[in-house]
Design a protein around this ligand. Structure first.
Ligand code: MN
Length: 371
């Protein structure tokens, strides 16, 4: 089996950096979504993908565990990236089998005969609650803790890796993506786009565009693999080679996303200086998130960014919870860049949850173990 490949990544409309990364090194493919303060998220996803990409014959899951060790050791050695981590969803094409290794809340899907099937399970608090029957899928989709991970790569010396092997056949389409897609675009819509778009590169571009049109609240990364009979010759093909890159994708193996915020900056600068300022203010006043202020966990109003020197947020409440130990817990992946909440109550609920998780960690002996 060989794959025709589509790939795309975008910083989105809100984030300061693109901490996602992906690997296209046929027959190996992966996406990673980094987390952590300063440059931690970018470092974690890049290190994980580089480690996965090292030559060698180790089984896929072992390479993922090795990536975990590399990220973890770096975070121990370098204070500036302490507490960093990343998701990693990797797929290796082995003849007519697709081998998967997975940690976190990035996902792999299979589209076969028009039906979209999820191949991975999210390692998130809300997914666990759904499994336990405490939440419905619909409630989970907009839950304030939906991005809180129960498992991440690089936050502990060792990590359990989910493994799966799927029999694949010509005509199958595989999607690897970060939660910047799945938190913005429902599965039904993802399936629609995949069914309606024959070319894999075009499908990848359209999925990213849809996530941005839906708000683009997170970095978004997708890899689309169209499987076909291998009739000798090249073992794979980059479908969109040279075409329709638009500065987002690329065919080199390890692609770090490029900054693409210029358009938003211009738009907001114009808005701040012009008639739309009042509308923007009203918009910002409806946005809430939990982040860090003066080293403490804090509740903010606005969006966690600044444009042309204007801070688009303000602190509403600075708690007495120091951010350091929270980052050690590492489930609060988005704290440094802001965990978004639907309203003030939801933001306060996140703060309460942080307090509870810290207390639980302390009771457990400060080990910072899995939630
Ligand atoms: Mn993400």
């Amino acid at each position: 089996m060989r794959a025709r490949i589509g790939e795309a990544t975008d910083i989105g409309l809100v984030r300061e950096r693109n901490e996602d990364g992906y690997l296209v090194r046929p027959p190996l493919f992966a996406v990673a979504d980094g987390m952590g303060g300063h440059r931690g998220g970018e470092v974690a996803s890049r290190l994980a993908l580089e480690t996965l990409d090292r030559p060698g014959a180790a089984p896929l899951a072992e390479r993922v565990r090795e990536a975990n060790r590399v990220v973890y050791e770096r975070s121990m050695l370098d204070r500036s990236v302490a507490g960093m981590g990343t998701t990693l969803t990797a797929a290796a094409l082995e003849g007519d089998r697709l081998r998967l290794a997975h940690v976190g809340d990035s996902r792999a899907y299979l589209l076969r005969e028009g039906r979209l099937e999820r191949l991975t399970e999210d390692h998130t608090m809300v997914h666990r609650m759904v499994r336990e029957g405490r939440l419905t899928e619909e409630e989970a989709a907009w839950h304030p803790y939906r991005s809180v991970l129960t498992r991440a790569l690089g936050t502990e010396p060792d990590v359990p890796v989910d493994e799966a092997v799927v029999e694949v056949r010509p005509g199958d389409r595989v999607l690897l993506c970060t939660d910047g897609l799945t938190s913005m675009v429902p599965d039904a819509r993802i399936g629609q786009i995949l069914r309606a778009t024959a070319d894999p590169q075009e499908a990848a571009d359209r999925l990213v565009e849809e996530a941005i049109a839906a708000g683009g609240l997170d970095n978004v990364t997708v890899v689309v693999l169209d499987l076909e009979e291998d009739r000798g010759g090249a073992a794979w093909d980059t479908a969109g080679k040279g075409a329709r890159r638009r500065g987002r994708g690329g065919s080199t193996a390890l692609r770090r996303p490029r900054l693409g915020r210029a358009g938003l900056a211009l738009l907001l600068t114009a808005a701040l200086g012009g008639l739309a300022a009042a509308g923007l203010r009203a918009y910002l006043d409806r946005q809430w998130y939990v982040g860090i202020s003066h080293g403490n966990v804090a509740v903010f109003r606005g969006i966690p960014t600044s444009v042309a020197g204007f801070e688009l947020h303000r602190v509403v409440l600075e708690t007495d919870i120091p951010a350091g130990p929270v980052l050690e817990l590492a489930f609060y992946r988005d704290l440094p860049t802001g965990i978004t909440a639907d309203d003030r109550a939801a933001a306060m609920a996140i703060v309460a949850q942080i307090r509870e998780d810290l207390a639980a960690r302390d009771r457990a002996g400060g080990g910072g173990g899995g939630a």
